[in-house]
Write a protein that binds this ligand. Sequence first.
Ligand SMILES: Nc1ncnc2c1ncn2[C@@H]1O[C@H](COP(=O)(O)OP(=O)(O)OP(=O)(O)O)[C@@H](O)[C@H]1O
Ligand SMILES: [Mg+2]
Length: 317
Amino acid sequence: MKDMTEQNVIKSTSLLTIEHLNISFTQYESGIHRRVLSVIQDLNVQIHTGELVAIVGSSGSGKSLLAHAVLDILPYNASMEGKLNYCGMPLTKDRIRRLRGSEIVLVPQSIGCLDPLMKIGPQLVKGRKDAASKRCMSSILHYLGLEEELSDAYPFELSGGMNRRVLIGTALAEQPKLVIADEPTPGLDPAIADRVIKYFRDMADQGIGVLLITHDLELALRAADRIVVFYAGNTVEEALPEDFRNESSLRHPYTKALWRAMPQNGFQPLAGTQPYVRDLKEGCPFADRCSMYTEACSQKIPYRALRSGYVRCLYAE
Ligand SMILES: Nc1ncnc2c1ncn2[C@@H]1O[C@H](COP(=O)(O)OP(=O)(O)OP(=O)(O)O)[C@@H](O)[C@H]1O
Ligand SMILES: [Mg+2]
């Protein structure tokens, strides 16, 4: 465990800043009608060294696209605007190409990202054969509860949960400054999931920045320093984990609805669904489901500081 003063110093350094990120896709209907689909609007996220920031939000809210934008691996028909700074300098295409896979590491959401033709062991350490890499490979397998013999197996010989652990292992084998873990725990045994999250927490305590993308709010609350909530391609709130102790400490009506849906708060579902990007209107994306809606909400809503966090709602206080 590090000395608190040292931790505070580590946490004060900005590692990655994402400001006003917009992502859109160009699509063609019937092969001729060109349409631009705006899927991420004015997204803001910041992460410091030694910090674990969790991004939560429902399916389709833009969590993976954010990760792919940072890594510069968006699909060919996507275009992106906004400011990405890494260690105080713009994260240009050249820079991310050099840092990707070593200093900035992604644990992808899909186990389909594993190479089907490469055995598990070499895949964990990117084919390195030196003694240190072999030791590293064994300790990762052991840490993730996988038998050593599995290093000789191919991904198709493993279960989904085992392959997910291998994906996580590929990040553990590097010595990154920034880890982006996109839904690392679905399908894992709860004890292993807990261990994985503790490992990411340990990484952050050692000075690494960890961006943990998850559907699982409870899991995020156990490990994160800050929680950023996405809704329909927007950042709607940034909160501290302790804000989730009471509904009244939260800021955005969507975050409050997430809070009410937690088992310990009565499992109260929220009526309606997140709008699909094609159906989004100008203004607040949560308008259709919000009891505080007024006409003023159909304007562009600013992301503003409120207490120790941020919110994108005119009426939050
Ligand atoms: N290549 C693409 N072309 C058009 N739209 C896309 C493309 N890729 C993603 N989208 C849309 O962008 C939105 C955000 O997708 P994204 O994969 O980031 O969601 P997510 O929050 O990661 O969801 P999940 O929790 O299911 O992983 C979705 O509405 C999705 O349909
Ligand atoms: Mg995703």
